[in-house]
Design a protein. Structure first.
Length: 129
C-alpha cells in the first residue's frame, strides 16, 4: 500500500539523507573505512538524485518518481547489508541496518506519482482525495 505522498517523501529524502551522511560522526563510528564512507556516499548520492527527481522537491526534474523509488529500494538493501558485505558488522551494524530498512520501507510505501503539479509528462495531475 502506497500511502506516503511524494511531497512527504521529498522532505524525508533531504533530511534523512543528510542525517545518513553525517551519521558516522553523529553516532561515533567514523574510522575512515567502509563503515564510514558507505553512509556518506549513499546519503550524498540520495540528496543529489533527489535534486533531479520529478517531484515537488526536485530542482531539475529529470528522474521519474518510479525510478527514484527503485534507486531508494536498492540503496536501502545495499545499506542494510553493507556491514556484512564489507565485513565491519563486528564493529558497527545497527545504524546501517536501521537506515537501510527505513529506506526500503519508505520506498515501498510512497506514491509512484506526484499529485497536483506539472511534472515531466507535461500534464497537470489532480490532488489525491
Amino acid at each position: 500500500m502506497r500511502f506516503i505522498p511524494t511531497r512527504v517523501h521529498g522532505i524525508l529524502d533531504y533530511t534523512v539523507s543528510a542525517l545518513l551522511a553525517i551519521s558516522p560522526w553523529l553516532f561515533q563510528f567514523n574510522r575512515g573505512r567502509a563503515e564510514t564512507w558507505v553512509p556518506v556516499v549513499l546519503g550524498a548520492g540520495a540528496i543529489l538524485y533527489s535534486l533531479f527527481t520529478d517531484y515537488e522537491w526536485g530542482v531539475s526534474r529529470r528522474i521519474p518518481m518510479p525510478v527514484h523509488l527503485m534507486i531508494d529500494l536498492f540503496s536501502g538493501i545495499f545499506l542494510a547489508l553493507s556491514p556484512w558485505i564489507f565485513g565491519f558488522a563486528s564493529y558497527v551494524y545497527l545504524p546501517h541496518l536501521i537506515f537501510g530498512i527505513l529506506e526500503i520501507g519508505v520506498s515501498l510505501m510512497t506514491s509512484r506519482q506526484p499529485h497536483g503539479f506539472k511534472h515531466i509528462t507535461g500534464r497537470q495531475t489532480t490532488e489525491a482525495a
